[in-house]
Design a protein around this ligand. Sequence first.
Ligand code: NDP
Length: 393
Amino acid sequence: MRSVTVFGATGSIGESTFDLLMRQGGRAAYRTRALTGGRNVARLAEQARALQAEIAVTAYDECLSDLREALAGSGIEAAAGAEALAEAADRPADWVMSGIVGAAALVPGFRALQRGATLALANKESLVTAGPLIMQTARDNGARILPVDSEHSAIFQALLSEDMQAVERIIITASGGAFRDWPMDRLAEATVAEASTHPNWAMGQRITIDSASMFNKALELIETHEFFGIAPEKIEVLVHPESLVHALVGFRDGGMIGHLGAPDMRHAIGYALNWPDRAHLPVDRLDLAAVGSLTFRAPDPARYPALRLAREVMETGGLAGAAFNAAKEVALDAFISGRIGFLDMAGVVETVLDRMVGQGALGKGALSLDMILEGDREARRVARAVVEKTGRT
Ligand code: NDP
């Protein structure tokens, strides 16, 4: 029987993973080592009971008593906090979903790779923050990473049995997010509610706002570079409002292989769950005649400064990815809590990167996990100070 662990089980990726596990046989087919969540302990307990998990872990100590109460009589262990999350990763699950949002996913994913697990990686922040270390840890321990971001799953599938030497370019597509057709002069006043709606995908709030600002695509540019080991100048972004072509790979013979599918994360998750097989998945089938046409356009650099910043980060290397992601997380929190405007987010991130470059704080060469975590903390500290200066109140 296969064994699984799901980090971030109560989130958007986690719920889709749970849905597939249940459809594919639930507790009769999978031994669930651990499920983790954050504040939604009632849902976490429901999922843990349904899959008869060995342990349920909340990220927050103050949620532990509620989790214990919700699990009473089930025989399922309960735990809380960052160390408990890391220990959950040590439990011997064959397949581990990394579905926590933000850099908090880094340590659990790292620990799962250290014991040679297959890591289904939805959490792009792990590769942005610690790409070389994550990839090296997987190689050193015979672990496998299967990308779950829809673009990266698409690239992975387009590259099956292809020679990387023959790859000329990779194109990742972007819907353009909530504001793709807004006039630029309205963006400064965009509200959190407006930024939290996505034209095509149903996702967690943070990634939805990151889609509107294109920070999500910026993270994905770096993720593509780190995961596929491809030079930054060979990676392109195209705005594709229909979100049906997820990525394209161009080869040196001039041909391209693209991957199409309905905008439903259960495709990429189900692909990673069943790899190397393809299982029947409960996603809509495309009716291309009904779709009629697919459109593409180049992203406007003035509208999406995050893409330029991502390219600078790839050029800088060292701790630039960790600083970029950490500053982005702080800026996003500040936008969500109404302390800065939508357009201020990119300004905060750029200022943090400039300061840290100026201080020589981004380093070069191989980085340990501790160095990366320290870089992340330092970037958050600088970002909070920058937000303070930028803030509306
Ligand atoms: P959600 O916000 O919907 O879910 C996040 C999950 O992580 C929840 O289970 C949440 O718990 C938990 N969580 C939140 N904060 C912490 C923390 N500090 N420590 C531990 N756990 C925490 O996010 P998504 O599912 O949208 O995204 C998850 C990851 O997948 C992100 O990295 C995102 O970029 C990536 N991704 C998501 C896609 C999507 O379609 N949603 C598509 C491609 C990639 P709780 O809710 O109980 O508080």
